[in-house]
Each structure stands twice: as C-alpha cells, then as structure tokens.
Design a protein around this ligand. Structure first.
Ligand code: PMP
Length: 351
C-alpha cells in the first residue's frame, strides 16, 4: 500500500503549442488573428487597480448584464466562467451523474473524455460517419447525457439545428450540452431553443470570435433551473473566478458589436479564400463553419506537411489519433498569414 494508490490519476488534455518566438505564424490553436476591440484596450487603460483590494463580484454582474442585453436573455439564464473549459468542466460535474454513459462523438473536442475520466463519468463515443459528420440517430437512445460541439472540432462540420433539436427533444430526461465555441463563424446557434427545452445548455466562449483567448471568459445559457444547479456547484467549488478586470474587459468586448461583426466577417472571407487555394493545391476538406480548416492532401502525408511548415515557422495542428492522423487542422489567420501559408504549400507541392 502506498499513498499513490489513493491518487486521482488522470491523463491531462494536451493544449496546442505556444511558441516563444513572435516570428512564428501561429495557425495551431484557433486563436483570432486580430486584436480585441479597441474598447477592450480602453477598459484595460481605464481600469482602477484599487478594485483589486477587494474580492470580485461573484455574480460578474456587469458582464452578465451585457450578455443578457446582447442575446436578449435574463441574467438568470446566464452562467459565466474562466473560459468555456471551466464552464464545460463544471457542467460535466453538475449534470452528468448517471450510471448510464454520457454520449459524444469519437472525433470531437479532446477535453470531453478527459473530464469524463477525471470525474469518473461513464461515457461512450459515437463514430462520425465517413464524411466526419455527426449522426444524430446515434444520440437517440438511453444515456446519461449528451455533449455535442457544434460546429464540431476539429472537423469544422456543422450539424443542422433541426438535428440538434431532435437530439434535445428525444433526451428530455437528461441534459444535452451544445458547445458552440466556433458558432459565430457562420453556423446556426441553438440559443433560441433554450426557451423551449429545459434540458438544453448552450456553451459559448470569448476566446475565438471575440479575440480574447488570453483573458479567459466562457459562458453558458439555459433555463433558470438549469443555470441555478450549475451555480450551486460552482459556488461549492470556487466563488471568485472572474476577476474585476476580466469582467470589465468582457463587458467592453460585448459593447463593440460592430467590431465583433467586422472581424468575424473577415475571418469567414479569408477562410473561404483559403479553401479555394487549398483545393487548388490538392487538399480536400469538409465545409468548415469555423475559424479553421481540417484538411488532408491527396499525395503528401500530414506528418510531412506538418514538419515542412514547422521548419518555415508556420505552426498548424496535427492530432495523432486514429482516423484523423493524416489530417491537419489549420486555423484561419490574417490575409497576409494566409498568403504565407499558401506560398509555402505551393513550394512544397511543386517539389
Ligand atoms: N470547446 C471547443 C470545441 C474548443 O475547441 C475549445 C478551445 N480549445 C474550447 C471549448 C475551450 O475554449 P476556451 O476555454 O478558451 O473558452
């Protein structure tokens, strides 16, 4: 017997690499290539450091009120956390307490199985079809809860809202979490469904479309009762998560809707151009509705392309996982970064 026998052992999630060099073209973690709104910069400059003497507002009222205004909800429908990772982890802890398995796709956000293992939640993965699409029928059976990333990651594919609604409707006796980390880049949100279904939790993040991965803000939307349970668990864990600077920054970002629309539209336009160029160079991929493209090449292996781009200081993501190990997930950068990527790939392909 050793103390090690009583340790909760987990294999942690592996985040994408954050290189030290500023020269690197970083297309490996789906960050926004544009800076946050100028209103965010102003909020940081105007921030009163004296506020840090006190504990923060546990309800993150300023941020929650701004979210309520932005999405036409009441504050009782909103939960906030330190990035959507925090929100999702607490949601797993709160809602997935059945002996029956929680269901999610075999190829999806690779944190889901980590949280399931951490909390010892039984789970079963459902295979994506050969086009890497979620098969909604696989989620219409007895289970302990469902979590779907929509659009899915790392595939970028969107499951139509009618299919999401089928899953939510069928599973009315357990919670369905829809992780919408990438929804703002052209997919349809399940947010309008929360009025109709008390078992639906929609999770979003400020990390991608609002260019704030570094400040760590995530949120969840649902009916009052659902959000209440989530808050009870959060306040049994750590009351003070969002600090006053984060709250001010998040609220400022939401106040600049024009900027948000401008940078998301730019990313969508660049993505569509990138798709055309990649196709011309012999890549194939699905119809991404996100800020990344998940692509394979007709001739060259993903490992070969990954290494080559790395030498050129262009970082992309390669998952060494069954079914997807010959694919690369390439984030959409600025126009200039995309030009560099395409030029580098042109050279490689013509060799
Ligand atoms: N969900 C999905 C599908 C993601 O890809 C990510 C980003 N890694 C997250 C959630 C978490 O993002 P964040 O914690 O930055 O909000």
């Amino acid at each position: 017997m050793s103390w090690e026998d009583n340790v909760r052992k987990v294999i942690p999630y592996t985040p994408g690499e954050q290189p030290k060099s500023r020269k690197v073209i970083k297309l490996n973690t789906n960050e926004n290539p544009y800076p946050p709104s100028p209103l965010v910069e102003k909020a940081i400059k105007d921030f009163d450091a004296g506020l840090l003497r006190k504990y923060p507002d546990t309800q993150a009222t300023e941020l929650v009120n701004e979210l309520a205004k932005t999405y036409g909800l009441k504050s009782e429908n909103i939960f906030t956390g330190i990035g959507s990772d925090d929100v999702l982890a607490l949601s797993f802890l709160t809602f997935f307490n059945s002996q029956k398995p929680v269901l999610f796709p075999d190829i999806t956000y690779s944190f889901y199985d980590v949280w399931a293992e951490l909390y010892r939640i039984p789970y079963e993965t459902q295979a994506l079809d050969s086009d890497f699409r979620i098969v909604s029928a696989d989620y219409l059976r007895d289970n302990g809860g469902v979590v779907i990333a929509n659009p899915n990651a790392p595939t970028g594919e969107e499951l139509p809202l009618t299919e999401i609604e089928k899953i939510v409707r069928f599973n009315k006796d357990r919670v369905v979490i829809v992780d919408e980390a990438y929804v703002d880049f052209g997919a349809e949100s399940a947010l309008p469904l929360i009025e109709k279904y008390d078992n639906l939790l929609v999770v979003q993040t400020f990390s991608k479309s609002r260019a704030l991965a570094g400040i760590r803000i995530g949120c969840a939307f649902g009916q009052k009762k659902l959000i209440g349970f989530l808050k009870d668990v959060k306040f049994s864990f750590n009351s003070y998560t969002l600090n006053p600077l984060t709250i001010a920054v998040g609220a400022a970002a939401l106040r600049d809707d024009a900027y948000f629309k401008e940078i998301t539209a730019k990313t969508v336009a660049t993505r569509e151009r990138m798709k055309k160029e990649l196709k011309r160079l012999g890549f194939s991929f699905g119809d991404s509705k996100t800020n990344f493209v998940f692509a394979r090449h007709e001739r060259l292996s993903a490992t070969e392309i990954f290494q080559y781009l790395r030498e050129k200081e262009i970082y992309v993501r390669h998952f060494k996982q069954a079914r997807i190990d010959n694919y690369l997930r390439i984030s959409v950068g600025t126009e200039e970064e995309t030009d560099c990527l395409i030029r580098a790939l042109e050279e490689l392909v013509s060799c």
